[in-house]
Design a protein around this ligand. Structure first.
Ligand code: FES
Ligand SMILES: [Fe+2]
Length: 329
């Protein structure tokens, strides 16, 4: 269920200060800390001697010292110092290290064996743009990461689940609109775009900037394997190009912690946190609890036309995971 050769958000750079942090990714605890030049370093977070959590260790330049008996590991995860007795270093006193990159305030972790390619990292430039006052946050979700992907790629839930926050009144917005159009396309990423021409009024989110005036409403979601998503919500004057008016971009970085839990890092400009925390996540968790298998299709789900983007993303990901597993056989 996991794609290893892919970039995953490992958190916000501002949360990685002087002490190490740990994050479980694909069932593995990873320790992350800043080396001598301030660059992040990532490796397996369990010392192979008596399995102490390295996150409690002491950073010494680029190295980290285990908090239990003081073995020291370099940034490649190789034990370089045994302070005891003969000082010999057993051959298995080493842990896996991982590529980790800091870009636009985001930490990106590569869990794969094949060399990491930084050009594959999502473009996050607006996070550094002063024009957007963004809020970053984190949610721990008790559901498989692909359930969260489904949620983001099928925004027809918005007027129902988010009626009071980002969704607006079902009578007024997506689903009830005659001119609602939905378009899915693929170009390496999967795009799931909604357009409501001549929406009678904006969603509550845009009301402070847009008043109760009509306009063209767009919600454009992009998914990039394995599980990074970007959403742009726009309100434009009737029949004007989409670049006119106002928009609110947001990132949704999903990281499989285990088969049934997900780290959800989000960054959003002028947005309502409530929609995710109080509305989406409890719903996704409730859905997951009602499923008999992690594999969605094994539950024989009813498929709606609006599921097409989520299903395409699941298929693309399944193909990539299969190819990756065949490579390693
Ligand atoms: S557990 Fe790490 S040095 Fe003993
Ligand atoms: Fe939602």
């Amino acid at each position: 269920m996991y794609l290893k050769n892919s970039w995953y958000c490992a958190g916000w750079a501002k949360d990685l200060a002087d002490s190490p942090i740990s994050l479980k990714v694909m069932d593995k605890p990873i320790v992350i800390y800043r080396g001598a030049n301030g660059k992040p370093i990532a490796m397996d977070g369990i010392c192979p001697h008596r399995f102490a959590p390295l996150v409690q260790g002491k950073v010494q330049g680029d190295d980290i010292m285990c908090p239990y008996h003081g073995l020291v590991y370099n940034k490649e995860g190789q034990c370089i110092l045994n302070p005891h007795a003969d000082g010999k270093i057993p051959p298995n006193a080493k842990v896996n290290s991982y590529s980790i990159v800091e870009k636009d305030g985001v930490l990106w972790l590569w869990m794969g064996d094949s060399p990491s390619d930084e050009s594959l990292i999502l473009d996050t430039a607006w996070l550094q743009d002063d024009a957007y006052a963004e809020v970053t946050g984190y949610l721990h979700v008790r559901a498989n990461y692909q359930m969260v992907m489904d949620n983001l790629l099928d925004l027809t839930h918005a007027p129902y689940l988010h009626a009071d926050t980002v969704g607006g009144d079902p009578e007024l917005s997506i689903g009830a609109q005659l001119e609602f159009s939905f378009d899915v396309s693929e170009d390496g990423m999967i795009h799931s775009n909604y357009l409501v021409r001549g929406m009678k009024g904006p969603t509550p989110l845009f009301e402070p900037w847009w008043g109760k005036n009509p306009g063209d409403f767009r919600a454009e979601m992009r998914w990039k394997a394995a599980s990074s998503l970007e959403l742009d919500i726009r309100m434009s004057p009737l029949d004007a190009p989409k670049t006119e008016g106002i928009h609110s971009p947001s990132f949704h970085f999903l990281v499989p912690e285990s088969e049934t839990t997900t780290h959800y890092f989000y960054a959003q400009a002028e947005f309502s946190r409530r929609a995710f925390e109080d509305e989406d996540e409890p719903m996704i968790q409730a859905c997951q609890e009602n499923m008999t298998s992690i594999d969605l299709f094994a539950n024989d789900p009813a498929i709606l036309q609006s599921d097409v983007a989520g299903i395409q993303a699941r298929r693309m990901l399944a193909k990539m995971i299969k190819a990756e597993n065949q490579e390693t056989l």
